[in-house]
Design a protein around this ligand. Structure first.
Ligand SMILES: Nc1ncnc2c1ncn2[C@@H]1O[C@H](COP(=O)(O)OP(=O)(O)OP(=O)(O)O)[C@@H](O)[C@H]1O
Ligand SMILES: [Mg+2]
Length: 132
């Protein structure tokens, strides 16, 4: 769904997907990923790499999405999951608030950190106990 915008902006993708199955509501989880992918694409107007990694340990299945955008300021990073917080001209600020709620409904967690070099990474943690 985000491919046309990615093509226009010259964004390439990189994927490393472990053979894991996440149990949950497919439509809601699609909405979580769509919001994160769209934010990542919007953060890279001049192109870059969108990296998606699915991995697992004994506790969690983790989906991480990294971009090479501008990253998130110290002031904003505390607020990005608040409803209606947006730094965009036409943003509603609901994308991540909804994603956060959906992750809670799956007994999961959503976290973000700025990357060492450029951009930021959103991590979705799904507890394994739920996903056997
Ligand atoms: N990948 C990202 N890189 C940089 N900043 C981000 C990224 N993802 C989110 N943000 C910041 O978090 C804010 C909130 O994101 P959220 O998706 O909730 O709302 P929005 O994108 O502004 O509006 P909407 O999703 O409703 O169109 C953004 O306005 C932006 O400041
Ligand atoms: Mg958004």
């Amino acid at each position: 769904m985000v491919t046309p915008l990615m093509d226009i902006r010259g964004i390439r993708t990189h994927e490393e997907i472990a053979d894991e199955v996440i149990k949950g509501d497919p439509e809601l989880l699609k909405q979580v990923l769509m919001n994160i992918f769209l934010n990542a694409v919007q953060a890279m107007p001049d192109g870059g790499i969108l990296k998606t990694i699915v991995s697992a340990n004994c506790e969690f299945i983790t989906v991480s999405v990294s971009d090479e955008g501008e990253g998130i300021s110290k002031e904003s990073i505390e607020k990005i999951f608040d409803p209606f917080f947006s730094t965009k001209d036409k943003g509603t600020g609901l994308g991540l608030a909804i994603a956060n709620k959906i992750m809670q409904c799956h007994n999961g967690l959503i976290k973000v950190h700025n990357n060492d070099e450029r951009g930021c990474t959103f991590c979705l943690y799904f507890p394994k106990g739920q996903n056997k």
